[in-house]
Each structure stands twice: as C-alpha cells, then as structure tokens.
Design a protein around this ligand. Structure first.
Ligand SMILES: [Zn+2]
Length: 345
C-alpha cells in the first residue's frame, strides 16, 4: 500500500489529508500528504498513521504544512467555540441554537464552518457521536449504554445508520475484532496479486498490490487482534469471481461484506455499490446524492479509507476535471480498472 501512498503524496491528493503522514529521512521532517514542499524521493519516505509515531521515530513537524495543527487552529475564535460547544453538548444543538451561542448569523455559521472544518456543523456533531460510540464500545460499555452515552436516541438508529447494508454491528466492533478469525487467500490476477480476507459473515478486506508480503502485513495491521488463517479454500468462491471479473470474463461480483464503518462511511460505501461497472461519478456528485453538497472532502476521505477494493467500487469515483485522483491501491491500477470496466460494458 505504500507505493499508492507515495502516489497520493506525489499528487498532493487532499483526499489523503489525515489518512497518513509522511516523513523524509534526509530532512528529518514529517508532513501532510498535501504539503507544498519539494517532493521527496520514494526511497527516502516513511509513512505514519499518526504524527505522534513520526515524532517517536525522531522526526519533527514541517513548518510549512504544520501537520500537528488541528482543523480549527488559526480560525476565528467563534469557530473554535462552535466546535467546543458541539463537543460538549449532550444533544446536538440546532443550527439556530449554535449560531446564538457563538454570536454569528445562521448563514455565516453554516458557510464558514463548512468551508473551514470540511463538514457541516450537523455532520460534525454526528461524527462526534460516532467517535464517542466507538470509544465507549472499546472501553467495554454495553451496546445500549454506549448508544445512550453517545447521544443516539435509540440503539436501533445506530444499526440503521451504521450497519444496515454494510456489515459489522457495534457489538462486533468492541475489542478491536479480538476473538475473530479472519481467513484469507492471495491469488494472481490481471492487476497483480489480490488478497481477499473474510470472517464467517462476509468479506472484510480486499487489497491489490505488487508483493504478497506487503499485502499480508497490511492485513495484519488492519486486524491486529484477530486470528489470521491463510486458507485459500475458504475464500475460493470470492477469489475466483474476482479473478474472472478482472480478466474481463465475469460480471462484477457483489458479495456479502463484513466491514466496520462509521455511519458516514457506511452511507458513502453503500452509495458506491450503486454505481454500475463502466460508469463513474465525482466526489461532489456523490456528496450531493447523499444530500450533503458540502461534504465533498469527507466523501473523498471515505473513499480513500475503503477497506474492500473492487467490491466497494471506490475506483468509480473521479475528480471533477476527470483526473483519477487518489486510489488506495495505486492510481495506475484505478485507471486500468476503469478501462477494463468500460471495455466490458
Ligand atoms: Zn510539510
């Protein structure tokens, strides 16, 4: 996956801002993927999921892209207040209540907040609820207590919003999937090796790459507490369907999934499965289709964090100007995949 992260930083792809940070061994500095400084050579780059890990490895923050700054640093004071208010509120306030609290007009609040933070106040509050829910579940609260503490009205709404079509339920998320067994196999395809992993409920991970060892390492990093078993026969129906599809000899497979998702990711990923093979959409169109035209960046990020290549077809989303933009498994693969689908349809 590292070579596609390198693609993302070469293109300064904003979809990857916050997904990873990179450090340059020759300068000792770590940056956001979007940093405007000179592009480093691939061999001098190391990738980190968090800036704390980069610091622990002896790197220091770039003065230019300021990777440690939160989304609302250097913003007007009222914007910081609005974020704090949403963070502390038991129940999400209405836009009018929030505007009154921080002393700006409702329209100014909505516009400036969305432009600076990247999501609307409503979405920001929803994301906080989800994060609180995940934290409570990890700390061992029961699902109903966690649901209540997170500000969701009823537990059924959690299932509705987070897991209806996309798989993993809150109960299974608890404990970082510990106790779960993940079976996987690796097959070669027209696009190189494909790793397919599944739980007893569905496919949980599909990745494309150059190198089997790297693919296995990434699988381990995604399920640190699960038991991994290499068992080609247990994922055989999925791998053979994918290989046929990638060789242009079979339809796009729609297989049962078992993935963990925030409510927002679940909505985006679900929407992606409705884009037909051979068709593409843009991040902005997808955001509009989801009823939130200002969520383009959040949509791009949800695409960049898709754990299941091909089956959740994030490769069918491109930039407004027709550019491929980022693809977790390499921009070159994304473009070959789209060619393949266009030729087949
Ligand atoms: Zn930088």
């Amino acid at each position: 996956m590292n070579s596609s992260y390198y693609d993302a930083l070469s293109q300064r792809d904003p979809a990857f801002d916050g997904v990873f940070f990179y450090a340059v061994t020759t300068t000792g500095v770590y940056c956001r993927p979007t940093c405007k400084s000179r592009r480093p050579l691939e061999r001098n780059v190391r990738f980190f999921a968090e800036t704390a890990t980069a610091r622990a490895a002896g790197f220091r923050a770039c003065k230019r892209c300021r990777p440690d700054d939160g989304a609302y640093d250097a913003q007007p004071e009222w914007l910081t207040q609005a974020c704090r208010f949403l963070e502390l509120a038991e129940e999400a306030p209405t836009l009018d209540e929030l505007a009154a609290e921080v002393g700006v007009s409702r329209a100014h609040l909505q516009r400036t907040f969305t432009k600076s933070i990247g999501v609307s106040p409503r979405r920001y509050a929803a994301t906080l609820r989800e994060a609180r829910l995940r934290t409570s579940l990890r700390s061992g609260a029961t699902v109903s207590t966690a649901t209540y503490e997170s500000g969701f009205g009823s537990s059924s709404r959690v299932y509705e919003s987070a897991a209806a079509t996309i798989g993993m339920t809150p109960a299974r998320y608890r404990g970082g999937a510990s106790g779960m067994t993940v079976a996987y196999g690796i097959v070669s395809s027209a696009l190189g090796p494909v790793l397919v992993a599944a739980t007893d409920r569905g496919i949980c991970h599909v990745a494309l790459g150059e190198d089997e060892t790297v693919l296995e390492h990434d699988l381990r990093a995604s399920f640190p507490r699960a038991t991994l078993e290499r068992a080609e026969d247990r994922v055989e129906s999925a791998t053979s369907a994918l290989v046929r599809y990638l060789s242009n000899g079979g339809p796009w497979p729609q297989l049962p999934l078992d993935v963990r998702a925030t409510a927002f990711q679940a909505r985006v990923w679900e929407a992606l499965t409705h884009i037909a093979p051979g068709a593409t959409t843009t991040y902005g169109e997808l955001a509009r289709a989801l009823g939130d035209p200002n969520a383009t960046r959040a949509v791009a990020r949800a695409c960049a964090t898709n754990p299941v290549a091909l089956l959740i077809p994030c490769h069918r989303v491109i930039a407004k100007n027709g550019d491929m933009r980022g693809y977790r498994w390499g921009v070159d693969r994304k473009s070959r995949l789209l060619d393949l689908e266009r030729n087949a349809s």
